[in-house]
Design a protein around this ligand. Structure first.
Ligand SMILES: Cc1ncc(C[n+]2csc(CCOP(=O)(O)OP(=O)(O)O)c2C)c(N)n1
Ligand SMILES: [Mg+2]
Length: 330
């Protein structure tokens, strides 16, 4: 079924909310307000929103170190997420986890972590539990092109296909694993082609086109829900910022990219600009409405910033809570 005008505009709103969140966060990081570091996904919003829009309410996601966009696309509470990234007591883990340890169980977001490639197997494990419990859910696992070169990718995809569990593997190929360009890490740049080796379908989509991502992920979700097993989606995109907010603040921290590459992608393949153009062509958006939506999304971020900045720091005595299980699972 084609997406309605309302659904498409909602997707546009989510992409803009992610953009405001991460631009605002980058500014907070420059001001020294973000403990540790964090990884923004500016330029990759279409992958997050296209993928999450294809899920049902009860489906799960697992994400990575570059997760803010995935959480916001899935409808996590923006106040709680920003508070967590700023290390505040009102964050989802009371400020203990920061940018790389986010979750919102009320939105079926089971967690993110900084171990590259680890989420692939967690997603497979969740899907195995779904299959055993026969609940009809799907688990979508996000990971990057760098993660696709780890052993966990091979192990996770092989077992998921063998056991026909309802997973959708979404690889955001942003063409870099930290400072390593994909062309220096892979002889075959087509990650989706690997799906064939594991006995599952693989699709390569333009990750700057939110509707293309949606279509590919939707068909993979439908297939998984029917009990036909996992699929691999490779969404080709580009990160328009450095690997981490910290790296962008260090002189020479972006020297691994050819001069002009970021600017060229920003000029031609910014997913938000592309979607705005598409919505305008469809007659769903004009300049005035676009400005209004932009202002609304900025307001959502500003309110979250207000909440997070004014939230208390965690109490020192909470440092040792939640480390060990409080009681044995019977
Ligand atoms: C197992 C492991 N190896 C190395 C690292 C260091 N590291 C953090 S992010 C990253 C790059 C990951 O690249 P990719 O999977 O493409 O994700 P992206 O950062 O591009 O979103 C690396 C090497 C890590 N966190 N975990
Ligand atoms: Mg990458």
């Amino acid at each position: 079924m084609p997406l309605t005008k309302e659904a498409l505009l909602d997707m546009y709103r989510r992409m803009l909310t992610i953009r405001h969140f991460e631009e605002g966060l980058t500014e907070f990081s420059r001001q020294g307000l973000v403990p540790g570091t964090g990884h923004v996904s500016i330029g990759e919003e279409a992958v997050a929103v296209g993928s999450c829009s294809a899920l049902g309410d009860k489906d799960y996601i697992i994400s990575t170190h570059r997760a803010h966009g995935h959480l916001l696309a899935r409808g996590a509470d923006i106040n709680v997420i920003l508070a967590e990234v700023l290390g505040k007591a009102t964050g989802c883990t009371g400020g203990k986890g920061g940018s790389m340890h986010l979750s919102d169980f009320s939105r079926q977001i089971l967690g993110t972590n900084g171990i590259v490639g680890a989420g692939i197997n967690i997603a497979g494990g969740v899907a195995l539990a779904i299959k055993m419990r026969k609940t009809g859910q799907v688990c979508l696992g996000f990971f990057g092109d760098g993660a696709a070169n780890r052993g966990t990718f091979h192990e996770g995809l092989n077992l998921a296909a063998l056991w026909k569990v309802p997973t959708v593997f979404v690889c955001t190929n942003n063409q870099y694993g930290l400072s390593m360009p994909q062309c220096k890490a892979c002889a075959n740049l087509d990650i989706s082609a690997r799906a064939n080796s594991y006995g599952m379908p693989g699709y390569r989509v333009d990750g700057t086109d939110v509707m293309a991502v949606y279509e590919a992920v939707k068909s993979a979700v439908d297939r998984a829900r029917k009990g036909e097993g996992p699929s691999l989606i490779e969404a080709v995109s580009y990160r328009l910022r450095g690997h981490s907010m910290r790296m962008d603040q260090v002189p020479g921290g972006s020297d691994y990219r050819p001069k002009g590459e970021v600017e060229d992608w920003a000029a031609e393949k910014d997913p938000i600009r592309i979607f705005r153009q598409k919505l305008t062509e469809l007659g769903y958006l004009n300049d005035e409405a676009a400005e209004q939506i932009n202002a609304e999304c900025k307001k959502i971020f500003d309110a979250a910033a207000d909440f997070a900045l004014n939230s208390p720091e965690p109490e020192p005595e909470t440092a040792f809570t939640w480390i060990y299980a409080q009681e044995r699972v019977k």
